[in-house]
Design a protein around this ligand. Structure first.
Ligand code: PMP
Length: 290
């Protein structure tokens, strides 16, 4: 496997970063997770836009332009002859001293890994997930804005551990006010009386690219989509529930905190949107080989 690091395509064994990189020492950096379907990179422009927004929020100067990043990402996939897979794009603050001051880091590092990924086994898509609300709340906007896709994912990881301890794969994270924010690596949707609802981004969710894609697909299909604050009560009494994310795509949820959602089986609208999402991923994206 060839991995891009700062302009070079290195073998997996020699693709190494310094122990003084502040991405490692402090989680000082940002990343994106992107999918490749059918020899094309899905929503590449949107992911690179979001990377630049994260960079701006943490005052990190990405050493490549938008177009150069697109080119390097496509080239990494090409060198690995990937037609289906997952890309991890990382920008770290770079090598510095042991002190946390980012001023000691003279040059940010860009890393691109293109590999395979499978988030959940197929059975979970067939029967739906059982998820729980966890005690760890989503980061406050005023502390570390959840819109920043930073290398510090401890907030999400703690919630994931709590979900695992409770025998579940995914956690519902509330914000400090008790409204639903999102899951540890996915946005959350519910269906009620034929309409879609998802927490507003201001509730503490990542600006999910799959979330946006699903909103657009639903609206095109004539469904009403709104973004009100949601409580656990709203989730328990939903007709359907599903999660969205680049890795997970759309995955149905059939139980939350022991409450059966709707019929206890993946819902009809969830299935319809899943189908539309797969049709789109198979038919669009930045071509790698043309
Ligand atoms: N929320 C969080 C916390 C995430 O890490 C992700 C990405 N895995 C998402 C939501 C989904 O975002 P996207 O659809 O852009 O992958």
């Amino acid at each position: 496997m060839k991995i891009y690091i700062d302009g070079k395509y290195l073998d997996e064994r020699s693709a190494k970063v310094s122990v003084f990189d502040h991405g490692l020492l402090y989680g000082d950096g940002i990343f994106e997770g992107i999918r490749i379907y059918n020899g094309r990179i899905f929503k590449l422009q949107e992911h690179i836009d979001r990377l630049f927004y994260s960079a701006k929020a943490i005052l990190l100067q990405i050493p490549l332009s938008h177009a150069e990043l697109v080119k390097a990402t496509v080239e990494t996939c090409r060198k690995n002859k990937l037609r289906e897979g997952y890309i991890r794009l990382i920008v770290t603050r770079g090598v510095g001293t042991l002190g946390l001051n980012p001023r000691s880091c003279k040059k940010p590092s860009v890393i691109i890994i293109a590999d395979k990924i499978q988030l959940y086994p197929p059975a979970y898509y067939q029967r739906g997930l059982d998820i729980i609300t966890v005690p760890t709340t989503r980061n406050l906007h005023s502390a570390l804005n959840p819109a920043i896709k930073s290398l510090n994912y401890l907030n999400n990881i703690l919630a994931k551990i709590e979900a695992n301890n409770g025998g579940c794969e995914e956690a519902v994270m509330l914000n400090a006010e008790g409204f639903v924010a999102e899951c540890t690596g996915d946005n959350l949707f519910i269906v009620k009386n034929g309409a879609l609802f998802t927490p507003p981004l201001s509730a503490g969710a990542l600006y999910g690219i799959t979330r946006q894609t699903v909103i657009e697909l639903a609206e095109t299909a004539g469904l009403k989509v709104s973004e009100p604050n949601l409580t656990r009560y709203d989730l328990f009494n939903a007709d359907e529930c599903f999660l969205t994310g680049t890795g997970a795509e759309l995955i149905p949820v059939v139980k939350i905190d022991g409450r059966v959602i709707g019929t206890g089986k993946p819902g009809k609208l969830t299935r319809k949107l899943e189908e539309k999402y797969h049709a789109l991923t198979n038919a669009s994206g930045e071509p790698i080989y043309e």
